[in-house]
Design a protein around this ligand. Structure first.
Ligand SMILES: [Zn+2]
Length: 394
């Protein structure tokens, strides 16, 4: 990911905040319009119609007119994309953006001279109506970048992310295949037996995080002290998210380089199977092995890993129907829930094959009996969405 710390001057920061405010306003307007839409009614306005309405709104409101039309139009485009993702079944429905929480805007059609390097560690980017803003040149800006997104995180830090499809990584070309399972106690297990661990909060940070959360809960709303606690907590979480992103980046570069075919379990289908069966009948995967916070970290690390893999190894990632991957013996193929001795260990009741449970599942995934989707463009398209059928065919 090509994300950099943006360091605007106070005047520039005011300009950026205006852009954020406009983008949020336009986005929320679009959410509002779509909220009233129900199946059967005439369709909610699409992107072009919304652009016409935006022009009218700009003519009416001085405040909006003072801002950048491009920023405002891009907010509509982002919304259209979010709706497309929602209808495609890969994302939830777009919701309201709140001030201070979801702050950001996009700039497109960046001209070739729109980014320049001032010194070894400092770069500059041209932002409409705000001028040249400095950012920390922490890595090379991808060549040919045409757009960027500027965001303000909850800790009040500004970031700029240049859009660029991450560089494709060539596989080894020897047909090597790997299966990856989202582990219960590790972030991911490979069929080679390797365990990948996303960085967790250290014990000290965990303790600090809990303490801050308690203080936040006790603090009086709107008080300065509570605001300070909120900022400290946000900073802690942002740092933690950064380190997980770094980790995912490195892990999937390594995997994409070492293997030609990468198989992962199709989580969309797993969730469907789970909801079809109820969770009580499938206790192996839902045991509270870790605290809520850690589980969340594992989950988000996994999603990131798969997304990145699909971008870095387009066409080489296959999604596998995960039914029974945790109960099947990867040595003899026997399926028996009893083989799952515990959360961590698998011992086959038929042939006695013993293995780490996550690695056993990864080996089944590597065997790839039921491919459900091939990732080429980072969009998941299950070929079969009927959970019952999947259970029968597995
Ligand atoms: Zn066996």
């Amino acid at each position: 990911m090509f994300r950099y710390r943006l360091v605007p001057s106070p005047t520039q920061e005011a300009g950026l905040r205006d852009h954020c405010g406009h983008a949020r306003f336009v986005w929320n307007l679009a959410v509002e319009q779509h909220r009233h839409w129900r199946p059967g009614r005439t369709s909610a306005p699409g992107y072009l119609e919304q652009c016409r309405q935006l022009t009218a709104a700009r003519a009416e409101h001085e405040w909006l007119r003072a801002g950048s039309q491009m920023v405002q139009q891009q907010a509509l485009r982002d919304f259209a994309q979010a709706m497309a993702n929602y209808f495609g079944g890969t994302h939830g429905k777009p919701t309201w953006r709140k001030a201070g929480r979801d702050e950001g805007f996009r700039v497109v059609a960046l001209k070739p001279g729109g980014v320049r390097r001032l010194s070894r560690h400092i770069g500059q980017v041209r932002v409409p109506k705000a001028g040249w803003i400095r950012f920390r040149w922490s890595r090379a800006v991808p060549p040919g970048t045409k757009s960027y997104r500027i965001t303000r995180d909850r800790a009040g830090r500004w970031h700029i992310a240049f859009a660029a499809v991450p560089e494709r990584i060539a596989g080894p070309g020897n047909g090597a295949t790997v299966g990856i399972d989202r582990g219960v106690t590790v972030s991911a297990a490979l069929s080679t037996g390797e365990m990948l661990m996303a960085p967790e909060l250290s014990v000290g940070r965990k303790r600090r995080s809990r303490r801050l959360q308690r203080r936040l809960a006790r603090g009086k709303r709107g008080s300065n002290r509570r605001e300070r606690v909120r900022l400290a907590l946000a900073r802690l979480r942002a740092r933690d998210a950064d380190s997980r992103k770094d980790w995912a980046e490195k892990a999937c570069t390594d995997i994409a380089r070492r293997f030609d075919l990468i198989r992962v379990e199709d989580l969309q289908i797993r969730n469907m199977i789970r909801s079809a069966r109820g969770t009580a009948g499938n206790p192996g995967r839902n045991v509270r092995a870790k605290s809520g916070l850690n589980r969340e970290i594992l989950r988000s690390g996994w999603g990131l890993l798969v997304r990145r893999l699909e971008q870095k190894a387009p066409g080489r990632v296959e999604k596998i129907n995960p039914a029974f991957t945790s109960q099947q013996c990867s040595a003899c193929g026997n399926v028996d829930p009893e083989s799952r001795e515990s959360q961590a260990s698998f011992v086959c009741t038929a042939c006695g094959f013993a293995c780490n449970a996550d690695v056993n599942a990864a080996r089944n995934i590597a065997a790839g009996h039921a491919v459900t989707a091939r990732g080429g463009d980072g969009v998941t398209r299950p070929m079969n969405r009927e959970p019952q059928l999947l259970l029968q065919s597995a």
